[in-house]
Ligand binder design. Structure first.
Ligand code: UD1
Length: 338
C-alpha cells in the first residue's frame, strides 16, 4: 500500500498517535499542522518509535492554495481531519474564533477536496455533540444538543458533511465521536502536551501526581451517581488511533456518511479514576471537593456496539493501562515536549 493520507492536525495528541498507526499499517501520512497548539517534537517522537518520520507540511488547513499544492504533488486518496481548536472555556469567551477556525477551515478543506476530486474524509467529532440530558449509554442516534460553541462547531461540521453526502454520492465520510481520550504510547515518546493550563481531568491528575499542582479539585460530589462524582467513558488514545484505521478501511468499501462512537462503553467516576491513578503512581494525590462545573453532565458513556459490529473494532486497553501509559509519558516528560 502506498496511499497518501493527508492528516490535518497530525502533530497533535490524537493526530500523532493516528499518524503512527497509519505508518505501521503501511500508509503514507502527510502531516499538515500549523503547530499553534502542538509541537514538532511529536514528529521526532514518531521517528523514535517507528524509525522513520512522516512528511510534514507546516501551514493552515484553511490555506486552500497550500492544500491544493499538496493534492497536486501527492496522490492523496483520503483525509483524516483532526485539526481544530478544542477548549470549551475559550470557545465560550471567543465563539467567533471557534466558528472561523473550526467551521471555516473545514469548509475550505472540503471545497479544496471537492475541487481535487478527493471524496474520502474522517472527521474528529466528539461526544460533546450529545444532549447532556440524554440517557446513557449514548448511541449514534441519541439526541444531539451541544451546549457550548466548541460543541456547536463539531455538530455544525457534521451537518455540513451530511449536506455534501446528500449532494454527491461519491463522498465517503466517517464521523468519529470520541469520548474521553487519555493515555499515551507506551514508549513515552508521544503523548498529550497541553500548551496552556489543562482543563481536562487526566492531565490535571497527572500534573498533581508529578507535583506541578498541589491538589486536584473535584467539581461536585452530589451527582446522581454511586459515589456522587461524574462518570465518563475514558478511552486509550491507541484504541482511538486504531479506530481511524478501521474507519478508513470501512470507507474503502462503503460510500455515504457513517457515524461511530469511539468509547469503551464502561463508565469510570472521578473518584474511581483518582484511586486508579494513586494505585498506578504510588503517589497520594490530594483532592478537594468543590462546586460543580457549569455545563457538566453527571454521566457520559458510549454505546460502542456500532463501531464493534461494523468496523470490527474493539477497545483493548483497561483503565489501568490508560493511567499507567499516561503516567509513563508524564514521568518521562514532566514539562511536556521540550
Ligand atoms: C470535556 C469537554 C468536552 C470535550 C472533552 C475533550 C466540558 C464541559 N466538556 O469533556 O466538550 O470534548 O473535554 O476531552 O468541558 N473534573 C474535575 N476537576 C478538574 C477537571 C475535571 O473534577 O480539575 C471533572 C469534570 O467535572 C468532569 C470530569 O472530571 O466531570 C471529566 O472532565 P474533562 O476531562 O474536562 O472531560 P469532559 O468534561 O467529559
Amino acid at each position: 500500500m502506498s496511499d497518501y493520507v493527508l492528516v490535518t492536525g497530525g502533530a497533535g495528541y490524537i493526530g500523532s498517535h493516528s499518524v503512527l498507526a497509519l505508518m505501521e499499517a503501511g500508509y503514507n501520512p502527510i502531516v499538515l499542522d500549523n503547530f499553534s497548539n502542538s509541537s514538532k517534537e511529536s514528529i521526532t517522537g514518531i521517528g523514535k518509535i517507528y524509525g522513520n518520520t512522516p512528511i510534514v507540511i507546516e501551514g493552515d488547513v484553511g490555506n486552500s492554495s497550500l492544500v491544493m499544492d499538496i493534492f497536486s504533488n501527492y496522490d492523496v486518496n483520503s483525509v483524516l481531519h483532526f485539526s481544530g481548536l478544542k477548549s470549551v472555556e475559550e470557545s465560550m469567551a471567543d465563539p467567533l474564533k471557534y466558528y472561523i477556525e473550526n467551521v471555516g477551515s473545514s469548509l475550505s478543506l472540503l471545497r479544496t477536496m471537492q475541487a481535487a476530486s478527493i471524496h474520502t474524509i474522517i472527521f474528529s467529532s466528539s461526544a460533546t455533540v450529545y444532549d447532556p440530558e440524554s440517557q446513557v449509554p449514548y448511541t449514534e442516534n441519541s439526541p444531539t444538543n451541544p451546549i457550548n460553541p466548541y460543541g456547536h462547531t463539531k455538530l455544525c461540521i457534521e451537518q455540513i458533511l451530511q449536506g455534501l453526502v446528500s449532494s454527491n454520492p461519491k463522498w465517503r465520510v466517517g464521523i468519529l465521536r470520541y469520548f474521553n481520550p487519555v493515555g499515551a504510547h507506551p514508549s513515552g515518546h508521544i503523548g498529550e502536551d497541553p500548551k496552556q493550563t489543562p482543563n481536562n481531568l487526566m492531565p490535571l491528575l497527572m500534573q498533581t501526581a508529578i507535583g506541578r499542582k498541589e491538589k486536584l479539585l473535584i467539581f461536585g460530589d452530589d451527582y446522581d451517581t454511586p459515589d456522587g462524582t461524574c462518570i465518563r467513558d475514558y478511552i486509550h488514545v491507541l484504541d482511538l488511533a486504531r479506530g481511524h484505521l478501521s474507519a478508513l478501511s470501512y470507507l474503502e468499501r462503503h460510500q455515504g456518511l457513517h457515524i461511530w462512537n469511539l468509547g469503551t462503553g464502561t463508565g469510570t467516576s472521578i473518584k474511581e479514576l483518582v484511586d486508579k491513578v494513586r494505585e498506578v503512581t504510588g503517589v497520594e494525590i490530594k483532592t478537594e471537593i468543590t462546586s460543580r462545573r457549569l455545563g457538566d453532565s453527571s454521566k457520559a458513556v458510549a454505546d460502542p456496539e456500532k463501531a464493534k459490529s461494523e468496523l470490527s473494532w474493539h477497545p483493548e486497553y483497561s483503565i489501568g493501562n490508560m493511567c499507567a501509559d499516561h503516567w509513563n509519558w508524564q514521568r518521562q516528560n514532566p514539562d511536556g515536549y521540550q
